[in-house]
Design a binder for this molecule. Structure first.
Ligand SMILES: [Zn+2]
Length: 146
């Protein structure tokens, strides 16, 4: 779990964020106040709170500026996983970071699969395991009744 980090207010720390086009061309950027996003990226005070769409826009602008997901996660106090999902949606993840299931282009989570496909696989594996235990129990009961 990513902890919310309270960072000290350091007036001298400023990051020059290059200007970019809207984050996802051809896609609905939702309810984004770009001035609020810019203020956050430039660490202007007083800090404004961003809504989900604005957080997503800020994360993608930082991604395009070459920031790593960990650094973005700390800067915006967001889960790294969430940032990866947004990067995958925006087509900013390399193919080796995407789910290997057919027709799925979500961010990879574990065993080469996204969270949804990983969960599905775990459920089928658990079912198989339970069926196997059922069979063994029935077999041993049969042996006892003989
Ligand atoms: Zn998947």
């Amino acid at each position: 779990m990513t902890a919310v980090r309270y960072r000290p207010l350091i007036a001298t720390t400023r990051y020059a964020i290059p200007a970019h086009d809207p984050v996802c061309p051809g896609e609905d950027n939702g309810d984004v106040d770009w001035i609020a996003v810019e203020r956050t990226l430039n660490r202007e005070h007083p800090q404004v709170s961003l809504n989900r769409d604005e957080q997503r826009a800020a994360a993608l602008v930082l991604t395009r500026s070459g920031w790593g997901k960990r650094r973005i996660s700390e800067f915006l106090s967001l889960y790294e996983r969430l940032i990866e999902e947004w990067q995958a949606d925006a087509g900013l993840l390399l193919p080796n970071r995407l789910c290997t299931a057919d027709g799925c282009d979500r961010a990879r989570s574990g065993r080469g699969l996204c969270t949804r496909h990983l969960q599905e696989r775990r459920v089928t594996e658990k079912k198989k395991q339970c069926d196997h235990q059922d069979q063994r129990r029935r077999y041993s009961e049969k042996g006892r009744n003989r």
